[in-house]
Structures are given as C-alpha cells and as structure tokens.
Design a protein around this ligand. Structure first.
Ligand code: IMP
Ligand code: MG
Length: 171
C-alpha cells in the first residue's frame, strides 16, 4: 500500500470511529511500541474529545509445552471502568496479543471494548478475535515500517514494506 492509500484509509477509519463514538466517552489505548505511528495519525483523524493512554507489551514466543504469552511492560495510567475503550494495534497476526489484552482489560469493567488494527493477517489467525476496525487485510508476509519493527529496527520508515531480501510493497 502506498503512503497515499494509507493516509486515505486512516482518514476513513477516523471518520468511522467518529461516527460510532459520537456521544460516547472515548478512551483510545495505543499498544506500544508498534502502534505509535498509526496511533498518532488515527487519533488526529478522530474528531471527538477523546482521551488517550498507552500499554507497552512484549509478545513472548511460545516455549515448549506452553503457549505464547503477552507480557505487560508498562500499564495504563488511567482508570477505564465505565469508559468506552478502543485498543489501537499495529497488526493482528495469530490473535494471541489481542485476545490476552482483551481478557486483561475486560476485568477492569469498561463500558465497551473494541479493537482497531492497521493491518490484519487473517490467514494466520489461531485464535478468533473480533477486530472491529481493520485498515488493510494483508497476506502472510512479515512487514516493517510505520511503527512496526524487525529486531527493533525499521519503525521509523514512513511506509509499510515487506521484509524480504529487500523491502517491497505488501500484497
Ligand atoms: P499476534 O499476537 O500473533 O496476533 O501478534 C501480534 C504482534 O506481533 C503484533 O502486535 C506485532 O507486534 C507483531 N507482529 C506480527 N506480525 C508482524 C509483522 O509482520 N511485522 C511486525 N510485527 C508483527
Ligand atoms: Mg504490536
């Protein structure tokens, strides 16, 4: 996807979210580090008096006999009880991160809890999770840029690229 296509899609998502949360007390939660760029663009495309907060997580690979775990490195600073919460993720892959985050945040009794992800690799889903807002569906490729990394690099690329022997556009 080109930078122009991304900008257009982020604007559309912003409009959709603006419509859906018009009369609601919206709290947008960015999942760091990957969502930082998308979060900044998306929140500026939502025309509502929202509040923001962040969660920093690290996905740990599955060890033998155990499934992958999501470790919270830095928790929210705000109370989400009774709030309408929208989680902003860079990409949903197996679905584990979103599933575990939802479970964790639901315990704090928000009025509603939805997910907005820039990208979704539905073909790789292992746990069915509901992602209310998806920017783009992509095929099974590892992507970097626009916040997303490979070994903590490439996050500052202004576009999303597939990491092959060289960077190319995702399909
Ligand atoms: P899941 O828990 O398998 O859904 O993985 C979600 C997390 O893995 C995302 O929040 C990303 O941080 C990371 N991830 C998955 N696929 C990619 C990718 O193609 N590029 C960069 N990060 C990815
Ligand atoms: Mg992530």
């Amino acid at each position: 996807m080109t930078q122009e296509a991304m900008r257009a899609r982020v604007r559309e998502l912003g409009n959709e979210i603006t419509r859906d949360y018009r009369d609601k007390d919206l709290m947008v939660i960015g999942i760091l580090k990957g969502a930082f760029t998308f979060f900044a663009d998306l929140t500026r495309a939502i025309r509502l008096p929202l509040q923001i907060d962040f969660l920093m997580v690290k996905s740990q690979k599955a060890k033998r006999g155990q499934s992958a775990k999501v470790k919270v490195l830095s928790d929210l600073t705000e109370d989400i009880k009774g709030r309408h919460v929208l989680i902003v993720e860079d990409i949903v892959d197996s679905g584990r991160t979103v599933e575990q985050l939802m479970k964790r945040l639901k315990k704090r009794k928000p009025s509603s809890l939805e997910v907005c992800a820039l990208l979704s690799k539905t073909v790789r889903r292992q746990i069915p999770v509901k992602v209310q807002y998806v920017g783009f569906e992509i095929s099974d490729h590892y992507v970097v840029g626009y916040g997303m990394d490979y070994q903590q690099k490439y996050r500052n690329l202004p576009y999303v690229g597939v990491l092959d022997s060289e960077l190319r556009e995702p399909s």
